[in-house]
Write a protein that binds this ligand. Structure first.
Ligand code: 5GP
Length: 194
């Protein structure tokens, strides 16, 4: 993949609960209504699916054995262990969509982002910050998808992740969904849609 193509690769990183899933969903909707070619990468993970998740849409949920075989077969651009589970970004669909003129969105953790930037320094890196750790705690609690133990682990991870935000080209603070969405659109579509 040439570096020019990588300019259309958007790496979006945020602590869980920072609101990135809603923001990305809105970008996909926006792309559909405006005839923009946008492809959202689907990662592989060994994590157990949450009750609201679909296999093949949110992630491909696979076993550790399958994941390790994929690592050996070099199918991932990057992979990392996050909160005890393995996550990996398949290379082929990304390269194929970039070559076909798509903007490609990756929703991955900071380790994965740094890994991709090493290979593709032209890629766009975006860090979405929650308004505060207190607000993050409230959001994770209110969405009711994780146990108290998992939430505590994620808050700890979020604090560490926020220290990495300065390594990203763009930072968006998700105080208001509307403003954060506008900022994200401006980065992805370079103010084309004002
Ligand atoms: P969750 O389990 O909440 O869906 O995701 C946990 C973390 O793993 C999030 O920070 C998410 O961005 C990250 N993640 C998801 N897919 C990938 C991937 O393919 N690679 C890496 N490095 N991180 C990922």
């Amino acid at each position: 993949m040439s570096n020019n193509l990588a300019e259309n690769l958007f790496i979006i990183t945020a602590p869980s609960g920072a609101g990135k899933t809603t923001l990305i969903k809105n970008v996909i909707e926006f792309a559909k209504t405006n005839d923009e070619k946008v492809f959202m990468s689907v990662s592989d993970t060994t994590r157990i699916p949450r009750s609201n998740e679909l296999d093949g849409t949110d992630y491909l949920f696979i076993s550790e054995e399958e994941f390790k075989a994929n690592i050996d077969d070099q199918i991932y651009i990057e992979h990392a262990r996050v909160h005890g589970n393995l996550y990996g970004t398949p290379k082929q669909p990304i390269e194929q969509h970039l070559k076909s003129g798509f903007k490609v969105l990756l929703e991955i953790d900071w380790q994965g982002a740094m890994e991709i930037l090493k290979t593709y320094p032209e890629a766009q890196s975006i860090f979405i910050c929650p308004p505060s750790i207190e607000e993050l705690h409230k959001r994770l609690h209110d969405r009711g998808l994780d146990s108290a133990e998992v939430i505590a682990e994620r808050i700890h991870g979020a604090k560490l992740e926020m220290e990495k935000s300065s390594e990203f080209k763009y930072q968006i603070i998700n105080n208001s969904l509307e403003t954060a969405f506008k900022n994200l659109l401006n980065i992805i579509f370079r103010e084309k849609h004002g």
